[in-house]
Structure formats: C-alpha cells, structure tokens
Ligand binder design. Structure first.
Ligand SMILES: *Cc1c(COP(=O)(O)O)cnc(C)c1O
Length: 365
C-alpha cells in the first residue's frame, strides 16, 4: 500500500525542465539575477498584481529582508497560528512579536482584537493569510491607517488567491510569498516580496545581495538571499501548469466537501463567493466530533495516510520561547482551541479522488 503524505510537490516533465535549463550551459550564468530570474520576476509581478516584486532564495529570508527594509525596531503585531517562520523572522530581526488572537472561521488575525494591542512601541502589523484564506484586509488596513503603521502580509499560503479580482499581492504595504516545494507554486526553494515603491524595491534588491548597491557602493549590512537560475527555471516551468494544478486541487477539495460538509462536529473551510481560491490546504476542525483530532490522525496513520497537525503547536508555545514575556498561548484562546483540533488532510493536484473517498471513509467510520 502506497504511503499518502499530506502533500506532494508539483513538477514539470523532466524534458520540459531540461529544455528550460539548456541555455544555462551556454551562458554559464548560474545566479545573480540572470535571464531566468528576470523572466520569472516579470511574470510573477503580473500574476500577483503588484507594481514591484523581487525574488528571494526562500520565503523566510524574504520575510526577514522585508522587515529589515522597513527598518523596523520594536513590537510587531502578528498571530501565533502560523508556521514557525513568521514568528522567528520577527524575533531574528530584533523585534518583539505581540500576539493577536484569530478568527475561528478564517483562522486569520481577528481585527476586533487588534487595536487594543497597539502601544507606543508598535512599529508594524504582520498578519498571515492562513491556508490561503485572506485576512480581513479592509479592517486591518483601517486600524493601521489610524495609527500610521505599515502592514506586511505573510502571503506564503495565498499564491494566486484573489478577492474581487484583486490579488493577495496587492494588499498592505508589502506581501511575502513562499515558493517552497510544498506550496501550490514552487521553485524548489524560493520566495518573493511585493512592495509599493521603486525605492523599497531597490532596498530589497540591495539587501538580498550583501547590501551592495553598485560596484563601489554598499549602503546596507545585507546578507545573501538571491534566487539562483535553476530554481527560477523550475518556476518558469511550473507556472505554465499552474491553472491546471489549481483546477485539479479544486476537484480534490470538492470531493472532500461532498463527503464532509454538514457532518456534525466537523468544521470545514468556507470560501467566500468573491474569492478565487488556490486550494493550498484542506483543513478540518474536529470540534465535538465522535473522535478527537489526535484519534483521527492516528487512525489515518495506521493506514499509511499522513495528515498534518498544521498549525500545532502555536508559535507562542514553542520551547525556544518558553518563559519569555508575551509568549503564552493562554493570551490567544481561540488560536489555542483551533490548534488542538485542526488537521490538514492530504491535498495535492494528483491525489486520486478514490483516495479522498478512502480518507473520508476512515474519518467517518
Ligand atoms: C512556507 C511558509 C513560510 C516560509 O517560507 P519558506 O519558503 O519555506 O522559507 C513562511 N510563512 C508561512 C505561513 C509558510 O507557510
């Protein structure tokens, strides 16, 4: 019996990738903003609907670089129901994360609880479009404007998601995307940042290349976070198949919905009518169901099917932060409740629909 994992990377045909990288053997230009990098950057800037975009070696360094580019020093309001990267990026940049609770249906920052967390030390708001569910961007924007704070979105899950035709890349002062192998669109490892001005774009471009601006000018203490040509080439190939991939994911999600919607004790993700979704994940909250989340996880694992407790634990419960002031899951009770009950089920373009039936059968038995 073949193992089913929670995800499986999308890849082009081997021949397609070979064709894409052939010219690199002639040019011998392997990294440092070569032709693949430039082409991918231009295509993504269009697709993600932002004026300025630049690529990074991964989403995490994209996030650290954008925090640096905004020159932030102080408290950043964020949520703990996210991947380690979001919280770690804030801390590694020398800022202090302040945790806002989440909305129980979208799993994103609850804007009603945001304003009370703002102090004279607050320097930015960093919400996450969890599972591709867009944050309440209008409400967050209104609070941010009132207090003159920049909003940086962790849009790692929200590639190709649109609301009323507006891309996730267009919300806030900046948006970070991840192109990690497990994401809807991958460049093996990779990421990007969307920003709103040519100046901010230039700063990011300098920062990701050791802070070097020109041959004799190094205005920033930058690191190295450039995307190489082989990763950019993978992105160019995967981009050609993006619509087909998302369509296949949609069929998987619909099959899950057909079996799981309306079952007492199961909360499934709802997608608003005006949203074009990417079906990045299939989260289910087991709340008052006949089995607990952990029981369902174990039953699936017995059949070699690996769902994921995503996101559990909360980042404010990580042992690396234990005992630090402000890191306490009790401060974010809704997030703590969901983290104890959520499971993301296997979801990828080539997941056979019979497998979805099998998974649902195991859950509902
Ligand atoms: C994947 C992910 C990241 C980090 O992206 P990498 O490309 O893996 O470095 C950050 N935030 C969230 C929410 C993610 O899912």
């Amino acid at each position: 019996m073949a193992t089913i994992n929670v995800t499986r990377s999308s890849m082009p045909d081997f021949a397609e990738y070979c064709e894409e990288i052939r010219e690199l053997w002639d040019s011998r230009w392997l990294t440092n903003m070569g032709v693949k990098h430039k082409t991918l950057e231009a295509e993504l800037q269009k697709l993600l609907g932002c004026d300025y975009l630049t690529l990074f070696t991964n989403g995490h360094l994209a996030l650290e670089n954008v925090i640096e580019a905004f020159d932030l020093h102080g408290e950043i309001i964020t949520t703990p129901f996210t991947f380690a990267s979001t919280t770690h990026a804030i801390v590694r940049c020398g800022c202090k994360p302040v945790f806002c609770d989440i909305d129980p249906t979208t799993f994103t920052m609850d804007p009603a609880k945001l304003e009370a967390l703002i102090t004279d030390k607050t320097v930015a708001i960093l919400p996450v479009h969890v599972y591709g569910n867009l944050c309440d961007v209008d409400a967050i924007d209104a609070v941010a404007k009132r207090h003159g704070l920049p909003v940086i979105y962790d849009a790692a899950h929200a590639f190709a998601v649109e609301r009323d035709g507006v891309s996730a890349g267009a919300f806030g002062d900046a948006a970070m995307f991840s192109f990690h192998a497990t994401k809807v669109f991958n460049t093996i490892e990779g990421g990007a940042v969307c920003v709103r001005s040519a100046e901010m774009l230039q700063r990011l471009c300098d920062l990701k290349n050791f802070g070097i601006h020109g041959p004799e000018s190094t205005p920033y203490v930058g690191g190295n976070a450039k995307m190489n040509e082989f990763c950019a080439a993978m992105g160019l190939c995967n981009l050609r198949h993006l619509d087909a991939e998302i369509e296949k994911r949609r069929l998987v999600a619909e099959r899950y919905d057909a079996r799981l919607a309306g079952v007492p004790g199961l909360q499934i993700n709802r997608i608003p009518e005006n949203v074009r979704f990417n079906y990045a994940y299939y989260p289910v909250v087991f709340d008052g169901f006949q089995y607990t989340r952990d029981e369902v996880y174990a039953r699936l694992a017995e059949q070699d099917i690996y769902a994921r407790k995503y996101f559990y634990p909360l980042t404010n419960a990580f042992e690396c932060y234990r005992g630090k002031p402000g890191f306490d899951p009790k401060d974010t009770p809704v997030a703590a409740h969901i983290a104890d009950r959520v499971l993301t089920l296997p979801m990828y373009a080539d997941l056979p629909l019979e497998k979805v039936d099998q998974i649902c059968g195991i859950i509902l038995k």
